[in-house]
Design a binder for this molecule. Sequence first.
Ligand code: NAG
Ligand code: NAG
Ligand code: NAG
Ligand code: NAG
Ligand code: NAG
Ligand code: NAG
Ligand code: NAG
Ligand code: NAG
Ligand code: NAG
Length: 308
Amino acid sequence: MGTLQVVRWPLKKVLVGGGIVIVALGVGLGVGLGVGLKSRGGSGKENATESSNVSNVSNITTAKWQPGVETTWQIELLYALNDTSVDVEVYDIDLFDNAATTISALHDAGRKVICYFSAGTYENWRPDKGSFEASDLGKTVSGWPEERWVNISSTNVRKIMARRLDLAVGKACDGVDPDNVDGYDNDNGLGLTEEDSIQYVNWLADEAHARNMSVGLKNAGEIIPAVLANMQWSVNEQCVQYDECDMFAVFAQTGKPVFHIEYPKGDSTDNELNVTAAQRDKFCTFSGSGNFSTLLKNMDLDNWMERC
Ligand SMILES: *[C@@H]1O[C@H](CO)[C@@H](O)[C@H](O)[C@H]1NC(C)=O
Ligand SMILES: *[C@@H]1O[C@H](CO)[C@@H](O)[C@H](O)[C@H]1NC(C)=O
Ligand SMILES: *[C@@H]1O[C@H](CO)[C@@H](O)[C@H](O)[C@H]1NC(C)=O
Ligand SMILES: *[C@@H]1O[C@H](CO)[C@@H](O)[C@H](O)[C@H]1NC(C)=O
Ligand SMILES: *[C@@H]1O[C@H](CO)[C@@H](O)[C@H](O)[C@H]1NC(C)=O
Ligand SMILES: *[C@@H]1O[C@H](CO)[C@@H](O)[C@H](O)[C@H]1NC(C)=O
Ligand SMILES: *[C@@H]1O[C@H](CO)[C@@H](O)[C@H](O)[C@H]1NC(C)=O
Ligand SMILES: *[C@@H]1O[C@H](CO)[C@@H](O)[C@H](O)[C@H]1NC(C)=O
Ligand SMILES: *[C@@H]1O[C@H](CO)[C@@H](O)[C@H](O)[C@H]1NC(C)=O
């Protein structure tokens, strides 16, 4: 495939006004549909006590692999992994770009592997791009001309994502990192809501767990309480930059790692550019930082990394 991959700019806070409420799917998705999720929309009014219940997931499915708080990691998404020398417990790498042999080599070295894919956008270079229907696609992702938001409630989109999970389990990924589940927080053109994301993320969890894989929540801090119980970790970009690390600390408080990335060099991806002591201090030391698994990365998520 033509795999010209654009720089992975973070998607932030381009909020669209109130959209259409999308009716959740009920049927036809085969194993793993989160049947229980429908009950949340039911009759009862919720009081303050319920609102502080962080296990607020109707269908909690279990994962066999639960990494601990402060698990060390590396993330590299720009090309097929070609540097396995970084001594960390977990590698987060692209699902499509990496062969099963890469993953088994990491396993042989005692590492766990999380496989990344975009669950909430269409990427025009992926081998299964032809499976999306025109009606599944929303607006172009701001800053990412080769990606469009997708209707995460669409049966067809979910079939595509279920096949990606099949690919992941076929390559023996230990877990998956489904990105772009925060369409509600962006100008998506599909009226996506937080409730849509809650349904979708819990569905992804059911599907991953049914395949014996773990799963984490990518960004999407607003929906943490409604999905946390089904998540094995958080992958967060730039909570220091956006002053929202407190929102993600609940993962550490429930024994789950926050795989946390900051981009101290800003837009620059120059590997020769060194992070200054002041930058390290800013991005590595914050309230609760002792429980975060923080990496300093280039924005294109190439091999370069520094640990805090
Ligand atoms: C939860 O989801 C799993 C996997 O999809 C399904 O097998 C199970 O029946 C569901 N449980 C409930 C209580 O809905
Ligand atoms: C509110 O919380 C209390 C205390 O946990 C609980 O007993 C009660 O059922 C809740 N009320 C509603 C309407 O859910
Ligand atoms: C629990 O889930 C419901 C339905 O998704 C949501 O409206 C509510 O805000 C959640 N409660 C918390 C504490 O997140
Ligand atoms: C939290 O919610 C879960 C799932 O709805 C429920 O089983 C549990 O009893 C609740 N815990 C508290 C303290 O309300
Ligand atoms: C399921 O995952 C666990 C934890 O990664 C692993 O130990 C176990 O062998 C897996 N089971 C199967 C049937 O693959
Ligand atoms: C890994 O691949 C990239 C892209 O082809 C290349 O720029 C880089 O030099 C390679 N790094 C190593 C360690 O082989
Ligand atoms: C998204 O898909 C759902 C389920 O098929 C459908 O009800 C809804 O209308 C779709 N949304 C848009 C904006 O097309
Ligand atoms: C970056 O740091 C390395 C190692 O300390 C040093 O050799 C190099 O000159 C520095 N680069 C710049 C541009 O300052
Ligand atoms: C890490 O989390 C534990 C458990 O919640 C807490 O007791 C501890 O204070 C936290 N450490 C930091 C540095 O926040």
